[in-house]
Design a protein around this ligand. Structure first.
Ligand SMILES: [Zn+2]
Length: 378
């Protein structure tokens, strides 16, 4: 029997929310309808933003519920009427998220521009053998490679440079598909020289995608700069460039998926450092490399795959993990001779620095996991 932990431990989840992206095959009629609706949503977004700004100037603060209450009135307009109410409500929710970001230090919400505001959310969606059914749009066929069996939650239709896509969220029940021994545990140290080093002494090479694609990107960028803005050739090169960017993103994601699944399959407990990756990208000098290998995406995948397959994923404080001796516990800056080697000044223990760090990370993770289990069982 699988053991399930309490809600407070953040480890167990009965149902895992997972999003799948499909390419759509809409008919011309459906494409037109979706275009219209996305345009309407953009209009409503700007209208709501304007409403908020104006009422604020008059000293009134409108909440998202105040705005939602006004939606039925809008529905009397003929071309707004056809858009599903839940999609319009989501527009207000989106604006609310933009405001929350602003209140927590982000920029002020921007006006939704044509070409930038390019998606619409549906809350009632059902599944058929060849695709999905949306209210008023009807049956939408998809290029289907995988169809999970789970509870359908929402669908977002996105218009991209190379067609229409649909992101469908499913609530999938977690299952221990890859049972492993309780003692199969691993600590992972993310690196620059290698993508990662684990506490078993293995390392994964860094994928240098941008290097491989940089030459192609440079050629395309230069060729774009030579062309007249707005011309047919300009548009063609621009779409080629955006396809190249999405290709790079896909290759990156694929790598991240494969490596994370490998670790989740083979282990019961996976421990990583809790790096404030975003801050490192913003302020650190390692910015390019970290952005390149996209650590945060990797952690996200480890996290949701662990939930899905009932494994445990823990992130520990990275403080001292690289300066602590794994053999005697002595912490000193001097332990680190250089980037690659660890030599303890107290006990003389010598090891590859990343390997030493990965073992420290694992130790911290096991301790933290025990604490959480104790809380969960109490
Ligand atoms: Zn030592």
């Amino acid at each position: 029997m699988t053991q399930r932990y309490c809600y407070f431990c953040y480890i167990c989840v009965m149902e895992v929310i997972q999003t799948y992206k499909y390419k759509l095959k809409p008919t011309t009629q459906q494409a037109n309808l979706l275009d219209n609706w996305i345009g309407t949503c953009r209009f409503v977004y700007n209208l709501a933003l304007d409403c908020k700004i104006q009422s604020y100037q008059k000293g009134v603060r409108l909440s998202k519920y105040d705005l939602m209450k006004q939606l039925p009135g809008l529905k009397e307009v003929e071309w707004i009427q056809s858009v599903p109410s839940q999609s319009l409500q989501n527009v207000i929710e989106r604006l609310d998220v933009a405001y929350q970001k602003f209140f927590s230090g982000g920029g002020f919400p921007k006006w939704a521009k044509r070409g930038e505001y390019n998606s619409i959310l549906f809350k009632s969606v059902s599944q058929t053998a060849t695709g999905f059914v949306l209210p008023k749009v009807g049956q939408l066929k998809v290029f289907k490679d995988r169809m999970p069996t789970g509870k359908l939650k929402t669908a977002i239709i996105i218009k991209e440079s190379n067609g229409y896509f649909m992101c469908v969220t499913f609530g999938i029940e977690s299952k221990n598909l890859y049972p492993t021994d309780e003692n199969q545990v691993v600590g992972i140290d993310m690196g620059i020289a290698h993508f990662l080093t684990d506490s078993k002494g293995c390392y994964v090479e860094n994928p240098k995608y941008t290097k491989k694609y940089q030459a192609r990107l440079r050629v395309k960028n230069r060729s774009l700069a030579r062309k007249k803005k707005g011309s047919g050739r300009f548009k063609k090169t621009k779409s080629e460039l955006s396809r190249l960017h999405s290709k790079i993103a896909n290759v990156r994601k694929d790598f991240s998926h494969k490596v994370s699944l490998k670790y989740v399959k083979e282990n019961t407990l996976i421990v990583c450092e809790d790096l404030k990756v975003r801050n490192m990208i913003k302020f650190g000098n390692l910015s390019k490399s970290i952005a390149d290998v996209s650590w945060s995406g990797f952690f996200d995948k480890l996290s949701y795959k662990s939930k899905l397959y009932e494994k445990r994923f823990v992130q520990v404080n990275p403080k001292f993990t690289s300066q602590k001796c794994n053999s005697c516990g002595h912490i000193a800056k001097e332990n680190r001779l250089n980037q690659a080697n660890f030599h303890c000044v107290s006990c003389g223990h010598q090891q590859n620095a990343d390997f030493n760090a990965a073992k420290n990370i694992l130790g911290e993770g096991i301790a933290l996991n025990r604490q959480r289990e104790a809380i969960a069982c109490a």
